[in-house]
Each structure stands twice: as C-alpha cells, then as structure tokens.
Design a binder for this molecule. Structure first.
Ligand SMILES: Nc1ncnc2c1ncn2[C@@H]1O[C@H](COP(=O)(O)OP(=O)(O)O)[C@@H](O)[C@H]1O
Ligand SMILES: [Mg+2]
Length: 491
C-alpha cells in the first residue's frame, strides 16, 4: 500500500459477475466432468448421471454416494472461490480452484441445487441466477423442503445430489430436445474416456461405477492396452520438483490386427491421425489428449502412437491447468525431455507403416510395381522387366511396343495417389485392390512360372521369387499347388 494512501472496497457487482462466470468456456461434457470430479474426490463408489429431457422443464442431475457434506461444508462449497488455488491438496483431490461446482453448473443452467447428506443430516442450498440478478446480491437460497426436487428420493444414507434446472444454454435453440439428447450421449462417451482409469478394475482398489439414467457406462481405454497387438514402449520417469512424472508410450494395433468395429472405436470420430500424441492424466483423470504440445506434427505414419503422461495434482500451476481442467502445457524442463523422447516414441509406429510399405516392394524379387526414391521424391512405376511384361513385349513389333510403353506411361502418371491416400487414411480396411478371378489367376501363375523357367531360373528359385511377389504371395497355397501341377505334367 502506498504511504499516506487509503483503501477502498470495490466489490464485484453480483448480478454482472455471476453472469460472466458462465462463460469460462465449458461445454456440457467438460462441465459434467468437473462436477463428477467432486464426487470422485468425495470417495463415491457409484455416480449416477440423471437426465430428464422429456418434461416441460428439463433437468440434469449428478448423484453420488460419497462422503456428503454437513451444513457448514455445504455453505462453503457454494461459495465461489471457496479454496485458494495456492492451497495444498490431498493427493487424491481432483479439485483446484474452489470454483468448479459453481462455474461448471452456471455454464449450463441458471438454477443449481445441491442437496447433501451426512450422518443422517440433510442440507440443501440453491444458487438461482435470476434471484441474484434481481437482488444484485450473492444470495443463496436455503429451501424449507426439497420434496419437489427431481431425484431427491434417490439420495442414499450419505452422498450428494447436484441438480441443474433452467437449462437456458442447452435448450435455447430450435431443435433443442434433439440437441440436448445428443449432447447427453456425447457427455456419456466423454465420461467413459476421462474417468476410464477409475471405472476399470484395478488391484487393491474398488472401481467407481458411473451410470446414465440407469445404464452402466463402460470405461474406454484409449491405449487398447490389453490387446495383444498393442506395443507398450519403455516407461520413462522424469523427476520433477520432488515428484515423478511418468511417461508410458503405446503403439496401437495395426488395422489388420483388429476387427473393423474395434478399429473404428479406437480411431474415434476424428480418426487415428488426430488422436495421436500425448494423453495427460492428472491424478489418473484425463485432462488433454491427442496433442504433441506443439513439438511434433501429427503425421500419418505416427498415427498409431499414443503416449500416457501421469502427473500429480501438486504441479497444476507448472502445467497451467485451467479452471475447466481441459487444457495444460508442460513446464519448460519437462518439455525439453519430452522433445528428446518423441522420436524414439514415434519410431515403432512409423516402422509399422514404412517397413510394411517398403517390404512389400523391396523384398519382392518379382515386383509388378516399383518404388524409387530420389532425394525427397518418391515415384511409383510399373516394372517392365517383369517376365510377364517382358514376355508380352517380345511378341510385339516395334510400333506396338512403343504404343504399349505409352499406355503404361499413362497409367503410371495418372495413379490417383491423393485419392488413395485419403481413402487409406480414413478407412484403410475398406481399400482393397481388385482381385483376380480364378481363371485369370491360374493363367498368370502358369505364364509367370514358365517365363521364369525359360529365363534360366531353377524351379526352386522361380518358386521363391514368386512367393515373394503379389498376386502370388497372398494366395500362395493355391499358386503353389498350380505350380506343382505344371511341374508334374510338363516336367
Ligand atoms: N459431491 C460432493 N461431495 C462432497 N463434497 C463436495 C461435492 N462437491 C463439492 N464438494 C465440496 O465443495 C468444494 C468446492 O467444490 P468446487 O467448487 O468444485 O471446487 P474444488 O473442487 O476446486 O474444491 C469441494 O472442495 C468439496 O469440499
Ligand atoms: Mg471441483
């Protein structure tokens, strides 16, 4: 304070500040997750999301069987900024700013009721933004009875029920009911994702069940970590300010290793490329996902790569966790380390793709297609040395030969690479080459084999060359049988 000066209290205007608190940037899903955080912190074993979308006045509720609050605690809980973000927290606490209950709720509704029970005592308090606006005072209502509150009868011997009414933000548009229902479904998926580690069985700890209108939600593990084809990289521990940050890389299974339904599920609506990157968990609760924090590009070859980072709640300021718990940034020292390990982390995923791609062409002794790399350019072409092409060209006269080369040149120069890339990026399992019918296949097996033998290769060598090449490789038992027949009949 300046010497000789004075102080004045300039309190916020209740009516305007409380309206502004609505616009921190929550969506229904992040708001619901923030309220669920409180239930998890309160030791709940069962959390119920309740939605009444049919009635004239729709309402949403979040009910838990946690520790509940006594009346004094409830009054504190209703206070915006009840605890300072600078205070230390229990290691299992998912809170930080002393705001979430209020800001998350106000972002979706104008009337927040909290009813809670502990040791047989039930307490209830209501923030109604219309009352605050009218009186321009921070007035919490304490109702005389709560019989009319939706789902009140569901509250157990201890626990808390949060009810949102006057859902002006959710029901403001034309198609409001449909929109509300859709957003609730998306919220359920978000919850299955954000809280998956609490919802799955874990040794020594009981799991938390979360239900939506009685339907049990299922945890969604973005690493598909129990699938045998998922590769877990080495666990890296970074010591930081007396704590340990744990980095666990995963490479998800290639699409040939999972069912189409699984492939879709783990790719999510945005697809694999957009979901690669770091997955940051604070106290096992997901904060951000699918980002390299600006340290690498999301690339097609690294799209199977997902890296779990675990941090404790004591590093919130360093990681710049925001009020919504929906954004974060690594502190500079951790960033340095992450930058060093990104390349080795991405390597297995890259290998899954490039090795497959290269092997298809390079280990092939009898390629139909060639791949040549020249500095930064990669060309695909047809291999006119292939015995079938070479043999065919031998039957042509000079001008037909030229015409044939021109046609091949046309095919090769118009390969629809962009379309292929887009299709494969989006739905690789749906992209297939045209298959040869049985007669054509037999014809090609026989003429290739004969051409190779005529070219002076032993029968073993001819067979091994063909086995490394398409279209024989993927139909090898059939091709082999045909070759044996030729050997028997033609010797
Ligand atoms: N479901 C609940 N069960 C028990 N206590 C709760 C519950 N929800 C909120 N509280 C209490 O209210 C306080 C304020 O919650 P909130 O505004 O979300 O801030 P924060 O979670 O950052 O502390 C919590 O610290 C907790 O003490
Ligand atoms: Mg909270």
């Amino acid at each position: 304070m300046t010497r000789g000066g004075d102080t004045r209290v300039i309190a916020p205007r209740a009516a305007s500040l409380i309206e502004s608190m609505r616009s921190i940037g929550y969506s229904l899903r992040t708001a619901a997750a923030d309220v669920i955080d409180n239930s998890v912190t309160a030791g709940a074993r069962k959390i119920e999301l309740l939605a009444d979308t049919d009635s004239e006045l729709p309402a949403l509720g979040i009910l838990d069987d946690g520790a509940g609050m006594d009346e004094a605690e409830l009054m504190e809980a209703m206070r915006p900024g009840t605890r300072s973000p600078l205070d230390g927290r229990a290691t299992t606490d998912l809170g930080r700013f002393g705001l979430g209950l209020k800001t998350a709720s106000f972002s979706q509704c104008r009337r927040l009721t909290v009813v809670t029970r502990r040791n047989g005592t039930t307490s209830c308090a209501i923030w109604d933004l219309d009352t605050v606006a009218e009186r321009n005072e921070w007035l919490v209502e304490i109702p005389g009875d709560h019989a009319t509150l939706p789902w009140f009868e569901r509250l157990g011997s201890s626990g808390t029920l949060v009810v949102w009414q006057k859902l002006d933000r959710l029901t403001g548009t034309d198609d409001s009911r449909g929109n509300l229902v859709r957003q609730i479904d998306e919220t359920a998926s978000h919850v299955e994702f954000v809280f998956h580690r609490f919802m799955s069985e874990r040794s020594g700890q009981r799991r938390i069940r979360i239900l939506l209108n009685g339907r049990e939600l299922a945890p969604f593990d973005p690493f598909h970590s129990h699938h045998p084809a998922t590769q877990a990289g080495p666990l890296e521990k970074i010591p930081f300010r007396g704590t340990t940050i744990r980095i666990q890389p995963y490479t998800l299974p290639h699409h040939t290793k999972v069912s189409p339904a699984e492939w879709d599920r783990y790719g999510g609506p945005e697809g694999y490329a957009r979901n690669q990157g770091f997955y940051l968990y604070r106290n096992r609760r997901l904060i951000v996902h699918g980002t390299w924090f600006g340290m690498a590009r999301q690339s097609e070859v690294a799209k199977l790569c997902r890296v779990r980072i675990d941090i404790p709640n004591s590093l919130d300021a360093e990681w710049k966790i925001d009020v919504r718990k929906a954004s974060a940034q690594p502190p500079p020292r951790v960033r340095e380390r992450l930058r060093q390990i990104i390349d080795p982390i991405i390597a297995p995923s890259k290998r899954t793709y490039t090795v497959r791609g290269k092997r298809l062409i390079e280990d092939n002794e009898l390629p139909v297609w060639t791949r040549t790399q020249n500095k930064n350019e990669i060309f695909y072409g047809l291999n006119l040395e292939h015995p079938l092409f070479a043999g065919f060209m031998d039957t042509l006269d000079q001008s037909d030969k030229q015409e044939f080369r021109r046609l091949i040149g046309l095919i090769v120069s118009t390969l629809p690479i962009d379309a292929l890339f887009a299709d494969i990026g989006e739905k690789p399992e749906n992209v297939a080459g045209q298959t040869l019918d049985g007669d054509n296949f037999a014809e090609i097996v026989m003429s290739t084999y004969r051409a190779l033998r005529k070219g002076g290769f032993s029968s073993d060598k001819a067979m091994s060359m063909m086995q490394s090449a398409e279209p024989f490789r993927s139909n090898w038992p059939r091709a082999e049988e045909m070759i044996e027949t030729i050997e028997r009949t033609e010797g």
